[in-house]
Design a protein around this ligand. Structure first.
Ligand SMILES: Nc1ncnc2c1ncn2[C@@H]1O[C@H](COP(=O)(O)OP(=O)(O)OP(=O)(O)O)[C@@H](O)[C@H]1O
Ligand SMILES: [Mg+2]
Length: 286
């Protein structure tokens, strides 16, 4: 039997505090949701507002808010709460990992620190029964624009799956770039933590190479194209990269925590400091 500990609702900020939002600046609008930067109660915030109220869009929006709220972790961006149709997030100053990589690939030291931070965040999600399903450089912010372990911030739970929520959002319409998606996700498999392990590997590849592993991602995902790609970066990282990117889930590191251990060992083999003790980076499920 599945343990259905209910996930708490997103805190309602309209009742708990008088709230005035100022300095609204729209950054994007897509799939019925508007993104804005703003100021709320004197602090910089990032707003996601449901602007197209139709049952599917609303269900996805509510799901995103509840899942993002359900894990508390230093490297994960959870909403402060909601104002009617708006999710209010703390604003993370910095650049997305995508923006950082547009300036060029990262050195192995930086790349493994960032991938380590990402793996730590993902391990915390998995410990709470959440699979993200949309890990890619656009959905990672580097706080303060630093390519560091503790600067990683995971955002965007619009495609996530939570074992503690009965609703399964399989959002084909929101499917973005397939370059970071595990092959089984393409076939509709949901909720397997090893899909996120694949994506962390694809992100590490992108950090080292400046581009994701498979140009013809759809061909590769669907099994039409079986070409192996040359692996970037030092040889000490090739084993973990190749395992993460296996088409067969059973060949991948079995969990984000196992991937973390492999990354840390690879860093040691490269003469770099090991990653922090993962037990110091545990999150809390709410
Ligand atoms: N808390 C935040 N602080 C600062 N910037 C943020 C924050 N959350 C998101 N962003 C920025 O907004 C972008 C879009 O946010 P998000 O990924 O949550 O939405 P999305 O559904 O993917 O929307 P879009 O299709 O516009 O990318 C991010 O790639 C990032 O640049
Ligand atoms: Mg996004």
């Amino acid at each position: 039997m599945k343990d259905f500990t209910p996930v708490n609702d997103v805190p309602d900020l309209t009742t708990s505090s008088p709230s005035v939002v100022t300095d609204r600046r729209r950054t994007s609008e897509r799939a019925g949701v508007r993104c804005e930067s703003a100021t709320w109660q004197g602090r910089p915030v990032f707003l996601k507002t449901l602007v197209f109220d139709e049952p599917d869009t609303r269900a996805r929006f509510e799901h995103e808010g509840r899942v993002a709220c359900s894990v508390q972790h230093a490297l994960i961006v959870s909403p402060l709460g909601r104002l009617d149709q708006t999710l209010v997030f703390p604003f993370v100053p910095g650049v997305t990992l995508r923006e950082r990589l547009e300036a060029g690939p990262l050195a192995p030291d930086e790349a493994t620190r960032v991938a380590g931070g990402l793996a730590a965040a993902v391990a915390a999600l998995h410990a709470c029964g959440v699979t993200h399903h949309d890990l890619k450089p656009e959905n990672v912010i580097l706080e303060g624009s630093r390519a560091e372990f503790d600067a990683v911030r995971v955002i965007d739970f619009g495609m996530s799956h939570a074992t503690r929520l009965p609703l399964d959002i399989h959002s084909g319409a929101r499917m973005g770039t397939p370059h970071f998606m595990a092959p089984e996700q393409f076939l509709g498999v949901r909720g397997d933590p090893r899909s996120d392990v694949y994506s962390v590997g694809a992100v590490l590849f992108d950090c080292l190479a400046g581009e994701p592993p498979f140009q013809d991602a759809l061909g590769w995902l669907s099994g039409l194209n079986d070409r192996q790609v040359p692996l970037p970066g030092p040889r000490a990282l090739h084993g973990v990269l190749a395992r993460c990117l296996s088409r067969d889930r059973a060949q991948r590191p079995p969990s984000a925590a196992a991937l973390y251990t492999e990354l840390s060992a690879a860093r040691r083999a490269l003469g770099l400091t090991p990653l922090p003790d993962l037990s110091d980076w545990r999150g809390q499920c709410r």
